[in-house]
Design a protein around this ligand. Structure first.
Ligand code: HEC
Ligand code: HEC
Ligand code: HEC
Length: 201
């Protein structure tokens, strides 16, 4: 029994460590590099080239200053450090990593979405979206339904159980199976147009 527990712990630590490496490779590197070049990220985790392509067609291609938004800006938590990794990211990183080992080439994106939505930290979103009652550019007020939802998020009107990414799905990525959704119509069109262009060349 004790033996099994020990094996489990060793296994858990190995996954955690490997998960940290994957996240570091894919996430922190672009942050540290002088240019916001993401080619390293997408070649180390080369199946993720498709995520970069989608990101570039999304509303999150560029920040308000026109600079390309990098993977790390959403995927690496602001308070990133050993304690954070140990306490908070364990579950999400583990899920992602187990998927990466089990299916190194074809990612099970439907399964990954679930852990990724839990794992993306709200503080990342809020570092850019500081006023939750104005649209992404801070130009106009958000819709009534948006206001009610954000009241709930902030605990002013009941309490929303979801984090940002739980309500705002597909803000940066759009796997094929989500392209049929009406809410993703414009995003899907941009992704398809880019694919058509690439195939034509
Ligand atoms: C603007 C925030 C944002 C940026 C930038 C971003 N992501 Fe994501 N990512 C998310 C969110 C939110 C999810 C949760 C699933 C969803 O709703 O799409 C996610 C999910 C994922 C997933 C698992 C689900 C899937 O669609 O396969 C992977 C892998 C991933 N991201 C990799 C990347 C890589 C690589 C980059 C950089 C090229 C990147 N992300 C940039 C927000 C972001
Ligand atoms: C680096 C800054 C940055 C980060 C980080 C970021 N956003 Fe954004 N977000 C933007 C910008 C810039 C726009 C687009 C503004 C425009 O062109 O209208 C945007 C647009 C949006 C929109 C409206 C467009 C759409 O796709 O529906 C939503 C909703 C949104 N962001 C939610 C989020 C959430 C949730 C997160 C965290 C997972 C997040 N953002 C992280 C900068 C950011
Ligand atoms: C309970 C669900 C819920 C949660 C949690 C939530 N939102 Fe929203 N949010 C909405 C809804 C609904 C809208 C309105 C969408 C519309 O009008 O089409 C909205 C609107 C927005 C918009 C404006 C989009 C635009 O261009 O008008 C941004 C930006 C945004 N949310 C960011 C965030 C961020 C950042 C977080 C986390 C701090 C968050 N939201 C948490 C439901 C939610």
């Amino acid at each position: 029994m004790a033996e099994r527990k020990k094996t489990y712990r060793t296994y858990r630590r190995a996954i955690l460590f490997a998960g940290v490496l994957v996240v570091l490779a894919c996430g922190v590197y672009p942050l540290m590099s002088v240019t916001s070049d993401m080619s390293f990220c997408s070649s180390v985790c080369h199946e993720m080239g498709v995520h970069r392509e989608e990101l570039r067609s999304s509303a999150h291609a560029q920040d308000k200053d026109g600079k390309e938004i990098g993977c790390a800006q959403c995927h690496i938590p602001p308070g990133f450090g050993p304690r954070y990794m140990a306490v908070k990211t364990y579950s999400g990183v583990k899920d992602v990593f187990v998927h990466l080992i089990n299916s190194p080439v074809i990612l099970d994106r439907a399964a990954l979405q679930i852990s990724a939505r839990r794992f993306v930290d709200d503080d990342n979103c809020r570092s850019c979206h500081t006023d939750l009652y104005r649209d992404a550019k801070g130009e106009k007020e958000i819709s009534d339904i948006g206001g009610i939802s954000h009241d709930a998020y902030l605990g002013k009107n009941g309490q929303a159980k979801s984090n940002c990414a739980g309500c705002h799905a597909n803000i940066a990525h759009l796997p094929k199976f989500d392209r049929r959704l009406e809410v993703n119509r414009e995003f899907a069109e941009r992704v398809r147009n880019k694919e058509a262009l690439r195939n034509a060349n």
